[in-house]
Design a protein. Structure first.
Lengths: 247, 280
């Protein structure tokens, strides 16, 4: 079995690499941490810098040499657009917030409500980071703000830091995107956030105003929005874009 | 003008230009922090609770870490300076290693050792001690990265103590402990203070290991450097204020270090290691 399986896996890996041939090169893409795995899979061509959308925005404000900015929300790109730092943002995907616990689930958490248990070590992202603000929205929606925030032991700088603290088993629980949870299979258990408490979680991207290669930046954005690009986003667990709005 | 004279003048000019560039390069970023915002605004931001909370966390953890470093580092340095035993240079190298480790590696190491599922972490867990995300974790991280600076300097300071003075004290019937406190320690004082100042400065600036091992939470584990990182995307003025504060503290430490080195007793006449003497 192994004899057949190994070459098969190798061939498959080669096929996927071939499929992801670089198309747009010579640009730098600043993208939210949650896009760390999927963006290079869509196009390995550009140089990537992944981090909290808020950190990347602060760097762009300070004149960082980015050509494209992809944020885990629409608020930050809209703010940069208002300041003339990026061109008009476009929505390119959606996501969902989930609660993750280590596979061993040391605190025995079964639902978001269990986070109220005293002594639970909850890790969330800083308020300025999109996932941190989504987390606060969920807790507010569920009426858990005071009782759960009491158990927060760390406010991490981006979503992947929250995930790694939970995957390592240091924290009892953390709020991340469902797509992040998928990147550490076997290390975390996913607990759903009730649909009625889910915030509107939309990602937007834009060409950076100071980019010296706007044509390539536009090509990159089109590539993400293309059928093939969106298929890879869906495969990574991102949600389809809402049907075109009228007007 | 002779050719040699011209060459010498050219060389002088090259020295002058190179040092001018180097000095400007090193001073400019520090100066820029103070120029970027008006002093009034800087002082205003210092009363921001984010800053005061972080200052308290930083001071508490750094002072505690320094106490631990002095308590454990001083005997370690004395032993390594005064005794010759197989494996001594290996010990010195191991003690110095955290000095050259990238802070992120220190953070991973601390998690692997003291984390919930770390080497000692599970044992600590039995006793109900969970280090990560606590102020104790910040202290541990600071002690880990800062102690080599002190121990290294302390070894050198103890080695520089004239062994004849120690021998004289011992032949006059003074016990080893009393000799240590009345002779060795005062003679090594300058070097010890200098080492401690360096360790304090390094501890105050600790970032990488702390954020990985202790996380970041206002009033609990968010030290001044972590507050700079957290506020970078929220309020740039606050980060400037914290930076200015850290520059002032570091400059004060550096000046005290320079003063401390002046207290150093005159250089010993003999460089032989008094460790060759026996002290029973």
């Amino acid at each position: 079995m192994k004899r057949i399986l190994v070459p098969l896996v190798v061939a498959l890996a080669m096929a996927t690499t071939a499929a992801a041939a670089p198309r747009v090169s010579g640009i730098t893409v600043y993208a939210a941490s949650s896009l760390t795995d999927v963006f290079p899979r869509i196009d390995p061509g550009p140089k990537y810098s992944f981090g909290a959308s808020s950190t990347l925005a602060a760097q762009i404000t300070q004149g960082a040499p980015a050509d494209v900015f992809a944020s885990a929300n629409t608020t930050i790109p809209d703010q940069l657009f208002a300041k003339g730092l990026v061109q008009k943002p476009v929505v390119f995907t959606r996501n969902r917030l989930v609660l993750v616990v280590p596979t061993s689930n040391p605190a025995g958490i079964q639902s978001v409500y269990d986070l109220r248990k005293p002594g639970t070590k909850l890790v969330i992202a800083a308020t300025a980071v999109p996932v941190g603000s989504y987390t606060l929205q969920v807790l507010k929606q569920m009426g858990l703000t005071a009782s759960v925030l009491r158990n927060v032991v760390s406010r991490e700088s981006d979503v992947r830091s929250v995930l790694s603290k939970v995957a390592l088993g240091e924290a009892d629980a953390g709020f991340v995107y469902s797509t992040d949870a998928k990147t550490v299979p076997g290390k975390v258990q996913v607990i759903k956030v009730p649909a009625w408490a889910q915030p509107k979680l939309t990602y937007a991207m834009a060409i950076v105003a100071s980019s010296s290669n706007k044509a390539a930046a536009q090509r990159y954005i089109s590539e993400i929005l293309s059928k093939a690009g969106q298929a890879k986003m869906l495969a990574a667990g991102f949600l389809a874009l809402p049907k075109k709005k009228t007007g | 003008m002779s050719g040699r004279g011209a060459r010498r003048a050219l060389l002088g000019l090259a020295y002058f230009l190179a040092s001018g560039v180097a000095l400007a390069f090193l001073v400019l970023p520090v100066l820029a922090i103070f120029v970027h915002v008006s002093p009034g605004k800087l002082i205003d931001q210092l009363s921001n609770p984010v800053v005061t909370d972080a200052l308290i966390v930083s001071l508490k953890t750094t002072v505690l870490a320094q106490a631990l470093i002095l308590l454990f580092g001083t005997p370690t340095a004395y032993l390594l300076a005064s005794r010759r035993f197989p494996g001594r240079s290996l010990c010195v190298t191991l003690v110095e290693l955290p000095l050259v480790l990238p802070p992120a590696v220190a953070g991973i190491g601390l998690l692997a050792a003291f984390g919930r599922f770390g080497l000692l972490g599970s044992t600590l867990g039995w006793f109900g001690i969970g280090l990560p995300f606590t102020q104790a974790a910040v202290t541990v991280a600071v002690a880990f990265v800062a102690s080599p600076l002190y121990v290294r300097q302390a070894i050198a300071a103890f080695e520089a103590v004239d062994p004849n003075l120690v021998a004289a004290s011992r032949t006059l019937g003074v016990g080893p402990a009393r000799t240590f406190f009345r002779v060795v320690l005062p003679l090594a004082r300058g070097g010890l203070i200098a080492g401690e100042a360096l360790a304090f400065a390094r501890g105050l600036g600790e970032f990488g290991a702390t954020i990985m091992f202790a996380g970041s939470l206002e009033k609990v584990t968010q030290t001044l450097p972590l507050a700079i990182y957290a506020q970078f995307e929220v309020n740039f003025d606050v980060t400037l204020a914290i930076s200015a504060l850290l520059i002032l503290i570091s400059a004060a430490l550096l000046i005290s270090l320079k003063l401390a080195s002046q207290w150093q007793p005159s250089t010993p006449t003999s460089h032989s290691r008094f460790g060759l003497l026996s002290w029973s």
